[in-house]
Design a protein around this ligand. Structure first.
Ligand SMILES: Cc1ncc(COP(=O)(O)O)c(C=O)c1O
Length: 322
């Protein structure tokens, strides 16, 4: 997409609000507003543009060759970095955690956008935060910007902190909620909304996450993490989560069951169980990730019909917003 290279500072997305209606919300006199970011490059939707914006600006400013980053074989972050490289005219290289998967739809899309892929074993992948390993990589790729997994770095957090989620059509939020993996989104939202409570639903279950978020947002005390209510490990989901995704697709809310579906399910469970006060206005930040549905379909973890149902909701949503 020529012409984007100079435009990292011009608005790249539009923010849209969608109110969700459910009997539980009515019973608990609770408003639920979902915030969507509609990006000029759809693969960089959700939290991805926010986390990448300042990395891209850094590349342009310091004339770096490209971004070298890390991710799993179905990573939304890798898909977004590959699309950003293509759109903004820089090279991309990924160190991919190889779990025996052959090329899947996510990695195929990355390659189509000219991302170079280097596969490493899960053991090697564990070195991704070690300074010695990173120094060696930086020597091998001297003019490249190394971006941590998930785009979670001070630059990523700075981009997320710019998002304003207090401006729902009905007024300010009492609680802002999102799915949490590497912690950059929660850290940025907490920084950007110092007067509002921020809840991250932890779908990855990394015990070092609170420490990492504290390092990224050292003086913020307005965030909390909650474990996702399915209790399943990252990437796994149960019938109830998928069912919620399908149910909400009927209100034109597209969710996938690994991040946003699990997180919203946990938020609703917390409301049902009385962990969230009644009478509040809740904001759920839609962090994207819908590309992951392609891999779920390929592995037959969802049916063609379920896939279509959620994809049609996505189409209707963007159509509504014009
Ligand atoms: C769809 C989706 N939601 C939420 C997250 C979690 O964001 P973070 O890694 O910043 O916690 C990710 C990972 O970036 C994601 O891909």
């Amino acid at each position: 997409m020529p012409g984007l290279a100079a435009s990292v500072n011009t608005p790249f997305y539009q923010q849209h609000w969608q109110q969700i209606h459910l009997p539980l919300l009515k019973q608990r006199q609770t408003e639920l507003w979902v915030c969507h970011l509609q990006c000029r490059v759809p693969a960089i939707a959700g939290n991805k543009w926010l986390k990448l914006k300042y990395h891209i600006q850094h590349i342009q400013q310091y004339e770096k060759t490209g971004i070298l980053t890390f991710g799993g074989a179905f990573s939304n972050h890798l898909a977004a970095v590959a699309a950003a490289g293509k759109a903004f005219g820089f090279q991309t290289h990924a160190i991919v955690r190889h779990d025996g998967a052959v090329l899947n739809p996510t990695l195929a899309a990355c390659q189509e956008q000219d991302m170079q892929l280097s596969f490493v074993s899960p053991q090697q992948y564990r070195q991704r935060q070690q300074s010695g390993y990173l120094a060696t990589l930086q020597q091998q790729f001297p003019d490249w910007l190394l971006v941590p997994e998930g785009g979670t770095s001070p630059l990523g957090v700075k981009g997320v902190a710019e998002l304003q989620l207090n401006n729902t059509p009905a007024g300010a939020a009492d609680l802002i909620c999102c799915a949490t993996g590497s912690g950059g989104t929660v850290a940025g939202l907490a920084l950007g909304h110092p007067q509002t409570a921020v809840l991250g639903i932890n779908v990855v279950k990394d015990p070092s996450l609170p420490e990492q978020i504290t390092a990224l947002a050292p003086h913020q005390h307005n965030w909390q993490l909650a474990a996702d209510c399915s209790g399943l490990r990252y990437g796994q989901f149960d019938a109830a989560t998928l069912q919620l995704c399908l149910q909400l697709s009927q209100q034109d809310l597209p969710l996938e069951p690994v991040y946003t579906g699990k997180a919203l399910q946990t938020l609703l469970a917390a409301l049902r169980e009385g962990h969230i006060k009644t009478g509040q206005r809740l904001v759920f930040f839609h962090t994207g990730g819908l590309q992951g549905l392609d891999g779920m379909l390929q592995r037959q973890r969802i049916t063609q019909e379920q896939y279509q149902q959620i994809k049609s909701a996505e189409l209707r949503l963007w159509h509504q917003f014009g």
